[in-house]
Design a binder for this molecule. Structure first.
Ligand code: HEM
Length: 130
């Protein structure tokens, strides 16, 4: 099985429980006061739902899907809208892998590395639209 398949299946094990997304935002917001402030007025239940799809878009992009949806995220996260600083994406990915480690019973360090490798091209596309 290749890395995109391994990550796709790992995500299937993780995203069954809403707690995965709750824990992700807990870790992500804990990583920086600036990031916590960005979500001060956000409806977090809706945001968790949006992220569920967002992570799937990153995985599907690695599997060859069109970049159209990620380009739209690149636009919304750019300096013209949410103004998400490029260096924050590393914190985002760290928080995600930390959450996968806690939620996927089949987690291994190799699987964590596969997550990083598979998500990186899509994350870079969003970040580089800054
Ligand atoms: C909104 C996904 C990284 C902050 C959203 C939305 C999605 C999403 C799907 C809702 C759709 C939209 O508004 O365009 C992602 C993905 C990321 C990522 C897949 C990883 C590459 C980040 C980072 C930050 C961030 C690194 C902050 C440091 C926000 C904020 C909103 C948002 C502030 C709007 C919240 C609101 O409506 O109040 N993101 N995001 N995102 N994201 Fe991200």
């Amino acid at each position: 099985m290749n890395n995109t398949d391994l990550v796709f299946q790992s995500y299937g094990r993780c995203c069954r429980k809403e707690a995965f997304f709750e824990d992700f935002y807990h870790h992500f917001m804990a990583s920086s006061d600036d990031i916590r402030a960005l979500f001060r007025d956000t409806d977090m239940a809706a945001q968790r739902h949006l992220l569920r799809h967002g992570v799937m878009q990153l995985i599907l992009y690695a599997r060859g899907m069109s970049d159209r949806k990620l380009r739209a995220l690149g636009e919304s996260h750019s300096r013209r809208r949410y103004n998400i600083r490029p260096e924050w994406y590393a914190l985002w990915l760290d928080a995600l892998v930390k959450t996968v480690r806690a939620h996927d019973p089949d987690y291994t360090p190799e699987l964590g590395a596969a997550w990083r490798e598979v998500l990186m091209p899509g994350i870079n596309l969003i970040r580089d639209a800054y």
